[in-house]
Write a new protein. Structure first.
Length: 571
């Protein structure tokens, strides 16, 4: 039967791939789904959506969905795109109240839920929604194993398709970030050029799918390149090590491809490193081989600052495979990245603007643009600036929030479009050993993130302190497991540097007379690493540091609760 899909870059790319090449793998069962099956199943699912509702009613409408990380997720995401609708991925880990807020806020026309999350979907709607949302249970797909694929690309239509992701909401209620199909395509093509995805890449996917990292970096971009994606979620440290090792074990229990591409957050790399010594000697040897540069082509760390000890330990474990750091956010996809050449992966840097991305620094003191070559002030100190971005990879605005959209963009003086204010502060530095590869986009001074404008830049006694720099040094201490550095109001200094820490086992007994570590122990340990004004003057010890559903710390709330007499978490 002839099937058609709209002429969008994602479908044009999929239609050009070898239909017999594996697109998606389910890690536990090792069930494989080809690109031919994927296209046909997208067409079939699109037809089911059209039959359940008036297909015309879906054009431009928001379709929210609760589906586990597997082949079904990919098919339904692409089916929503092909229906000329806006996909709104929901996080199963979110409480019902938070999901209800998102569904109401985006005015979802349809809520899709897999049988696994049927009960969750029912909980979401049982207390009532403000939006007239239809619920549809998605049956587990049984792919057509026929090799007779006949999918055509339709003539162009007015594209109303896209995706809406929600911000983490660390400072206020989450905002809906509307990413058009053209924006998603530009973000994917930018990564294809910079990171060189190819049909020979095999990506192990361990990330949640309600944010940009898991969807664009690890689904849309590899699919456009014809790569293979293997889903393994939720993250399990032992399962990941065993899967990485599988192709390199002497007695292989199953035949599987080696992983060539792995992207994760620093916490995942930290847990992998912590658990590696507990593996059997056979697994240790196999995993070291699996993550070595000749096998794992690219290992990427993002979504949070990468502590230097983790980066160094990973390179030591992996026979010199250096983690690539990058910078991105929901509103812009990936914006900055270090290069593929190991010399272009400079410690502490997130690299250069990616292809199609324009970036600039705007001085936080005088609000003037900092030109290339003028990174130092008259006294020779580094000039801190807010990163501002523009280009086809930047979103158009927040859903039904023109005030927030207007406040986050600033008019371009050259008439070439507005700049998005990221709220992230950075410095630029020329590093002589970097920027000499064939990648034309990786040239000039590199960006070094100092932190969020609202929470991570602490002004103490006229000095600017990067909370991220202090956290990086603190996390290199074996006595500290987790930490957050904040600015606390001070009559003498304006702000003083303070920290909240979770002690490691060594920290619990590593202080004077075998007592837990305290503020003086921290100051002594940091004295040779940081200038005195950067060392925390206060230190509070907690069993856990509170985080929101996205795993991020609300530092403003932390200051109120821990240092200003609020409601701290129970000890």
């Amino acid at each position: 039967m002839l099937s058609t899909l709209p002429r969008m870059p994602i479908f044009e790319a999929l239609a050009k791939h070898d239909p017999t090449h594996t697109a998606v793998v389910h890690s536990i069962s090792q069930r494989k789904y080809t690109y031919g099956q994927l296209l046909q199943d997208v067409c079939n699912t699109r037809q089911k959506l059209a039959e359940s509702l008036n297909s015309a009613a879906l054009e431009g409408e928001r379709v929210a969905f609760l589906i586990e990380n597997n082949y079904d997720y990919v098919v339904n995401l692409l089916a929503i795109f092909s229906s000329n609708a806006v996909a709104v991925p929901l996080a199963p880990s979110f409480p019902s109240s938070e999901l209800r807020y998102i569904i109401d806020h985006c005015e979802a026309h349809l809520l899709l839920a897999s049988s696994k999350y049927h009960e969750k979907a029912t909980d979401v709607v049982k207390e009532g929604l403000q939006t007239a949302t239809h619920i549809s249970i998605v049956d587990k797909l049984v792919p057509n194993d026929s090799q007779d694929y006949d999918v055509r690309i339709e003539d162009p239509v007015e594209c109303k398709s896209g995706m809406m992701l929600y911000t983490s909401g660390t400072t206020n209620r989450p905002k809906g970030v509307l990413l058009s199909q053209s924006t998603l395509s530009a973000q994917s093509l930018s990564l294809l050029e910079a990171w060189k995805y190819s049909p020979s890449d095999y990506l192990l996917h361990v990330l949640p799918l309600h944010h940009i990292h898991g969807t664009v970096n690890a689904i849309l971009a590899p699919l456009m390149a014809g790569s293979t994606i293997e889903f393994m979620f939720p993250f399990n440290v032992d399962a990941v090590w065993k899967r990485l090792a599988a192709p390199f074990l002497a007695n292989k229990q199953q035949t599987c491809d080696k992983i060539t591409f792995f992207t994760a957050v620093p916490t995942i790399y930290g847990r992998l490193l912590q658990s590696h010594p507990n593996l059997s000697s056979e697994l240790q040897e196999a995993t070291r081989m699996a993550v070595s540069p000749q096998n794992l082509r690219l290992n990427i760390s993002g979504s949070a600052a990468l502590p230097t000890p983790i980066k160094s330990a990973w390179a030591l474990l992996s026979h010199g495979n250096v983690l690539l750091e990058r910078f991105g956010m929901t509103e812009v996809g990936m914006a900055l990245s270090c290069g593929l050449d190991f010399k272009d992966r400079v410690d502490g840097s997130v690299g250069w603007p990616l292809p199609f991305v324009e970036a600039r620094l705007v001085d936080t003191d005088n609000h003037h643009v900092i030109p290339i070559g003028q990174e130092l002030d008259e006294d020779g100190a580094e000039r801190h600036g807010e990163i501002q971005l523009r280009g086809p990879t930047v979103f158009q605005g927040y859903w039904q929030n023109p005030e927030a959209t207007a406040s986050e963009f600033v008019k371009g003086e050259d008439g070439k479009g507005a700049w998005f204010k990221t709220g992230d502060i950075a410095v630029r530095r020329h590093v002589h050993s970097a920027g000499h590869s064939e990648a034309v986009w990786a040239r000039g001074p590199l960006y070094f993130i100092q932190g969020r404008k609202s929470a991570d830049i602490i002004k103490s006694g006229g000095e600017k302190v990067s909370a991220l720099e202090v956290e990086r040094e603190m996390l290199s201490l074996p006595e500290i497991s987790e930490c957050a550095v904040v600015g606390v109001p001070s009559n003498s200094w304006g702000q003083k540097v303070a920290s909240v820490v979770v002690l490691s086992e060594k920290g619990l007994t590593g202080g004077r007379n075998g007592k837990p570590w305290g503020p003086m122990d921290l100051r002594r340990a940091l004295r040779e690493r940081l200038a005195n004004y950067k060392i925390p003057q206060e230190m509070k010890v907690l069993k856990t540091i509170p985080r929101n559903a996205m795993g991020k710390i609300n530092k403003k709330q932390l200051v109120l609760d821990i240092f200003e007499g609020g409601s701290p978490p129970p000890e």
